[in-house]
Design a protein. Structure first.
Length: 82
């Protein structure tokens, strides 16, 4: 996806408003002019709608270890690693 905004005529720089045109292969969506925070929220919403459903953990997500029964065992394992 590509998000493009028009610059000039009191929009984008040195003002509180913005508008975007979002393009992707086979599609286009215009986000109407409004406060930058609202435009950003609309863009995030559009990206979330267009993303394919996830399969498994997110990229970069860390797997959590199951806590052990004895909390002191975690401390011992840290000490032995050093």
């Amino acid at each position: 996806m590509i998000a493009a905004n028009q610059v000039g005529d009191g929009i984008a720089f040195d003002c509180e408003d913005n508008a975007l045109t979002v393009l992707w292969p086979g599609g286009k969506f215009d986000i109407a002019r409004g406060p930058k925070v609202e435009v950003a929220r609309a863009l995030i919403s559009l990206i979330a709608e267009r993303m394919p459903p996830g399969e498994g953990p997110r990229r970069g997500a860390r797997k959590r270890r199951a806590p052990s029964a004895d909390p002191r065992s975690r401390l011992r394992s840290r000490r032995t690693r050093r």
